[in-house]
Design a protein around this ligand. Structure first.
Ligand code: GDP
Length: 453
């Protein structure tokens, strides 16, 4: 048990007026402290996980009628004695309660302190603790699922597997070292190379999943570009059909930039209709518009390039793509108004998705394509996805160290040197799960939590 068990208190529910608010206490002696201020049954004599009705009093004055839930160590979130007081959700009552307990020796908790204690007391590892924050912040089905998967240890067990394999690797090399004088070489270097390759492959797939993780967490920015009247707004409306209410002008942006959010397979896609790409670039104002549009395009995860099939040749479309600097961007090419286009004209547009925004024809295929581009298939189920930038960073460090191991093997470096690199790979992974922690890492993580978490 972590030694720092001084009693702490915080409001666990949001600030402001509500029907009920929950004030949470954790640490040594909290059940006794609450009992001293509680008029009702003797809380110190009750079983864990029981709820008791009574009054909290300051001297003769009743502060509130409350329900007190008690959790006896180690059967609580923090693994310490804990109490949750459900009171009426008035900020005045909450402040009075907290002040009362502070006057009786309880300290106001730091941000994330409950979760930090849960981690320090071994309830879960660091990656799982961080998932608690992500779970609370989750605003889409997939973000919720991913965080839940991580909180329940899905990511952690993938990392444990990797660490186990690395430790085995290091142990084999060290064992060989012990016999070095006898000049025994019982490790097949080719086998080692294979093992390192396999580990790098695993690491790489975790690292690559961060792109999806980011998308899940932040949503996908999709810019729609094309000349005026190609059907950008019509397409946006067709995409957002049921969610049209969300389409709204964004304050402070150009008059014709609108945004809407569409949830596909649990991922929020944020659509921006950019209007900057006009014909006449000699016009100074239009040039500014183009610059602005280009800046927006750089931020987009996917660019939908829309062409009007009724009046555009394939050659023109290709030329515009270059002229507007769309090459090299993640462009999805779309031919619109297929209903007005002569069949012969369509032949060249082989790598275009052909649609009619007005009738909705092809819009479903476009949605499928969008999901495909973020490399997520809802039917796949949820494999481990890295959603945390800190984890991504450490995974990359681990991969770098393993790449050095491979180079070392190829250059026939000594086992000692190889073990040093394997240990750095292990260290970086250990920092994710918290086998290796420093006050700095803990501070960085838990300070981002809110008070009461
Ligand atoms: P924007 O300037 O690119 O946003 O284009 P709009 O969405 O305002 O569309 C310009 C015109 O094209 C409107 O009159 C639309 O009704 C029409 N339009 C859009 N999509 C289609 C389509 O698929 N077929 C046909 N026939 N007309 C379309």
């Amino acid at each position: 048990m972590h030694p720092n068990q001084d009693p702490i208190i915080a409001l666990a529910t949001p600030q402001g007026v509500s029907a009920i608010a929950v004030v949470r206490l954790s640490g040594k002696g909290v059940i006794g402290i609450v009992n001293g201020l509680f008029c009702g049954s003797d809380l110190t004599q009750q079983a864990s996980h029981t709820i008791h009705f009574g009054l909290i009093k300051k001297g003769d004055t009743t502060i509130d009628e409350v329900l007190v839930s008690i959790f006896i160590a180690p059967h609580s979130f923090t693994k310490e004695d804990s109490v949750e007081i459900s009171c009426h959700g008035a900020p005045f009552i909450v402040s009075a309660l907290i002040e009362l307990f502070v006057a009786h020796g309880v300290r106001i908790a730091e941000p994330g302190e409950f979760t930090k204690r849960a981690f320090l007391n071994g309830r879960f590892d660091l990656a799982q603790a961080e998932a608690v924050a992500d779970l609370i912040a989750a605003d889409s089905a997939l973000a919720h699922q991913t965080a839940l998967h991580q909180m329940r240890g899905g990511f952690s067990s993938a990392l444990q597997e990797l660490r186990k394999a690395l430790r085995h690797f290091a142990a084999m090399l060290t064992l060989e070292l012990d016999f070095a004088e006898e000049d025994v070489e019982f490790l097949d270097r080719k086998e080692l190379h294979k093992l390192a390759d396999a580990l790098i492959k695993n690491l790489t797939s975790l690292i690559d999943s961060f792109q999806l993780g980011n998308v899940i967490k932040q949503g996908v920015a999709v810019a729609i570009v094309g000349k005026p009247n190609v059907g950008k707004s019509t397409l946006l409306n067709a995409l957002l059909q049921e969610e049209r209410a969300i389409v709204s002008p964004i304050a402070g942006t150009t008059r014709d930039t609108i945004e809407g959010i569409l949830h596909l397979g649990g991922i929020p896609f944020r659509f921006v209709d950019t209007a900057g790409l006009r014909e006449n670039t000699s016009d100074a104002i239009e040039a500014i518009g183009i610059e602005r549009t280009k800046a927006q395009l750089k931020k987009a995860f996917i660019v939908l390039y829309l062409v009007d099939l009724s009046n555009t040749t394939f050659k023109q479309a290709a030329a515009d793509l270059v002229r507007w600097g769309l090459e090299g961007l993640p462009v999805l090419k779309i031919g619109n108004k297929i209903d007005l286009a002569p069949a012969a004209a369509l032949e060249n547009f082989k790598d275009y998705l052909l649609i009619a925004a007005q009738t909705g024809s092809g819009v479903a295929q476009l949605k499928d394509k969008l999901l495909e581009l973020v490399a997520y298939k809802p039917t796949d189920g949820l494999a481990t996805v890295v959603i945390n930038a800190r984890h991504y960073d450490r995974l990359q460090k681990s991969k770098q160290a393993l790449t050095a191991v491979i180079t070392g093997l190829e250059q026939k470096r000594s086992n000692e040197l190889l073990v040093v690199d394997i240990n750095s790979a292990l260290y970086a992974l250990g920092e994710i799960t918290g086998e290796i922690t420093t006050e700095e890492i803990l501070g960085e993580i838990f300070s981002k939590f809110c008070i009461g978490k």
